[in-house]
Design a protein around this ligand. Structure first.
Ligand SMILES: [Zn+2]
Length: 310
């Protein structure tokens, strides 16, 4: 079974204007660096955002089909406190995620996404899990809060009670979000104080992967997902193989989860290609590195199946 542990539905009205602006500005600077092209903001807005907004649900299910992905975890993102108001409230966005899961119970798994600084976060989480059938919690520290803030401990306690995992965005992030609170070191306190809580550090912390490896090596309840590494795998395949191997060696392959961070890479490396690249590790690993079929199959889905009790 293949499970995408980390994906999103990008609907224009669900996220604040600055977030979309950040994506366009990043795409502009990449175009400048890679293609030496100066693309005006308006033009880049069309190029970068239109494909992200196009028929979110239908596109996601189509991509899953093409990639052979059996199940996808969809993660709502609460950017309102950290950035600015959204046209659709976070309560409504969560409800819509839960509804999509109900509509496609074999394919989609929804997590609750809420800013822990909200006064009703514990009650809201409980409602999402117990009434709406959601399966985990997504937190986005890059909106400006530190995961080890003691004010959030009741929320983690609730996750332990409900037996659900918490997935944290981890790693440096684009404007207007903040990188510092998304450093993996801030997960260490939480992992220490809640040994029965399953924490997932998203994106293998990107370029902070060594810091994540250091923390996760001493905290067995920290898992990692490899979402958002598409470009790295395409551009620096050997480096990626070595990094993944380090994680397997030091954490064990049972704590590494496949994910895409879709639809962010839809245009450059769709889920089908990413699944192929990960599957291909079996045949195409660089000299001196070997991955086993057991490892690849656990990473692609077996581990997520276990964590999510599927
Ligand atoms: Zn994400």
């Amino acid at each position: 079974m293949i499970i995408d542990m980390h994906s999103h539905l990008f609907v224009k009205e669900w996220l604040p204007r600055e977030f979309w602006e950040g994506i366009v500005k990043t795409a502009q600077s990449q175009a400048k660096r890679i293609m030496k092209a100066d693309i005006p903001f308006d033009e880049m807005e069309k190029i970068a955002l239109t494909p992200l907004w196009e028929s979110s649900e239908k596109a996601l299910l189509g991509e899953m089909e093409a990639a052979g992905i059996d199940k996808t975890v969809i993660l709502p993102q609460d950017f309102e406190i950290g950035l600015s108001r959204t046209e659709v409230t976070i309560e409504e966005q969560n409800r819509l995620h839960a509804e999509l899961m109900k509509k496609h119970p074999d394919r989609l798994i929804a997590f609750v996404g809420i800013d822990p600084r909200r006064k009703n976060s514990v009650e809201f989480l409980e409602k999402g899990i117990k009434e709406w059938g959601m399966r985990g919690l997504k937190l986005h520290p890059a909106t400006g809060f530190f995961p080890n803030d003691r004010r959030f401990y009741p929320l983690y306690r609730k996750c332990v009670d409900l037996k659900i995992p918490v997935l944290f965005h981890s790693g440096p992030i684009i404007y207007p979000l903040r990188s510092q609170p998304a450093h993996p070191v801030y997960l260490d306190d939480v992992a220490a104080d809640f040994p029965d809580l399953t924490l997932i550090a998203a994106h293998m912390s990107h370029t902070w992967w060594q810091d994540l490896l250091a923390i996760a090596a001493v905290k067995p309840n920290i898992f990692v997902d490899i979402s958002g590494w598409e470009l790295e795998v395409m551009a620096r395949y050997e480096d990626f193989c070595r990094i993944l191997k380090r994680f397997i060696d030091e954490l064990g392959y049972d704590r590494i989860l496949f994910g895409t961070d879709g639809p962010g890479f839809r245009q450059v490396c769709p889920p089908r290609d990413y699944v192929q690249l990960i599957r291909g590790l079996l045949q195409k690993s660089p000299e001196g590195i070997k991955f086993t079929a057991e490892e690849i199959s656990a990473i692609l889905g077996g581990n997520a199946q276990r964590i999510l009790n599927l």
